[in-house]
Design a binder for this molecule. Structure first.
Ligand code: TYM
Length: 332
């Protein structure tokens, strides 16, 4: 079985619709056909300041949401990044193989650091993509299911893996991004020029999966649409309507052309009303299931401990090989 690995930050509390459609939905599908490793990346979260108690709660909440979405610990390895120390250990080696200029070109870093200012930006945020490189390479992942915004980090991972292999001999699998065309980028409902995101979207622009279903339905209904009336997929001319068509298609499995045909001759309101109902119907059981998994934190923690033990086996072997190849003297 080919191997996949991916991660999601716990920071946001609730996952949003972009996280689900861009990434988590693919995770659920891939666990059937791949040897899958999925993790909550709490170490990535602390690259920006976090309240300790909130971070701990958010990490459990993220795991509960993954389970509610259908990530199944019987079919994959689900764990918390900080439970497997090898991530930070390999990250150091990878830091020493990554160029300063190369890291400086990461657009997510440039965006976030520009917003925060140089003094508030941590070195951790700068080296965040290199920790992600280590995450992926430790598991010898063949593919990495993510949304479009992570493509550059996967490219970096490929470059660093090839560099390591070139310098020290074949050690790491060079991973490919697994980015589905259809839902790789879900846009903000109020500003379809930007992606739906916790940090950039206004509250009305983002569908948080744990919000009241009624509130989410209302946000869909008041999504910004374009001039004109025709319901047609045209990301340039009709970015708002196209985004709604993509979301509808991803949640229902109806293709976009089928939707165009179905809504031919109807006004934007018809699509919005139907999609509002679909989103509300989807989030209702999701919220309930998340609460069920959260209700028993001891069981949740036990399940994550099991996942970490499985992950550690793979990670430890990769790290030992990498340390050896680099020439670090093994302890006696
Ligand atoms: P994060 O936590 O920001 O996002 C989790 C996943 O959601 C996807 N995503 C989207 N997809 C479509 N449309 C959107 N609007 C949208 N917003 C977010 C992201 O692409 C991502 O797949 N650095 C990563 C976490 C990470 C990781 C890894 C991923 C750490 N180590 C190793 C893969 C492999 C991040 O911050 O994702």
């Amino acid at each position: 079985r080919p191997r996949v690995l991916s991660g999601i930050q716990p920071t946001s509390g609730s996952f949003h619709l972009g996280n689900y459609l861009g990434a988590v939905r693919q995770w659920v599908a891939l666990q059937e056909t791949h040897d899958a490793f999925y993790m909550v990346v709490d170490l990535h979260a602390i690259t920006i300041p976090q309240d300790p108690a909130e971070l701990r709660a958010a990490t459990r909440l993220a795991a509960a949401q993954l389970l509610a979405a259908g990530v199944d610990p019987e079919r994959c390895t689900l764990f918390v990044q900080s439970h497997v120390a090898e991530h930070t250990q390999l990250a150091w080696v990878m830091n020493c193989l990554t160029g300063f200029g190369e890291a400086s070109r990461m657009t997510q870093f440039k965006d976030k650091s520009a917003k925060q200012g140089a003094e508030a930006t941590t070195v951790g945020l700068f080296t965040y993509p290199v920790l992600q490189v280590a995450d992926i390479l430790l598991y010898q992942a063949d593919q990495v299911p993510v949304g479009e915004d992570q493509r550059q980090h996967i490219e970096l991972t490929r470059d660093v893996a090839e560099r390591f292999n070139g310098r020290f001999g074949q050690t790491f699998t060079v991973p490919a991004p697994y980015i589905l065309k259809d839902a790789a980028k879900i846009y903000d409902l109020q500003d379809p020029a930007i992606k739906m995101s916790k940090s950039a979207s206004s509250p009305k622009g983002i569908i948080n999966l744990l919000d009241e279903p009624k509130a989410s339905a209302k946000k869909i209904k008041s999504a910004v649409t374009d001039t004109g009336t025709e319901i047609r997929y045209d990301p340039q001319g009709k970015p708002g309507i196209s985004n709604l068509l993509v979301i509808h298609s991803a949640l229902t499995g109806t293709t976009v052309p089928e939707l165009e045909e179905k809504f031919a001759g109807q006004l934007y309101g018809a699509l919005k009303t139907e999609l509002a109902g679909i989103v509300a119907d989807w989030v209702t059981p999701f919220r309930e299931r998340t609460q069920e998994f959260l209700a028993d934190p001891a069981e949740l923690d036990a399940l994550l401990a099991k996942g970490a033990a499985k992950a550690r086996e793979v990670a430890a072997a990769s790290l030992a090989t990498a340390y050896d190849r680099v020439g670090l003297l093994p302890p006696r």
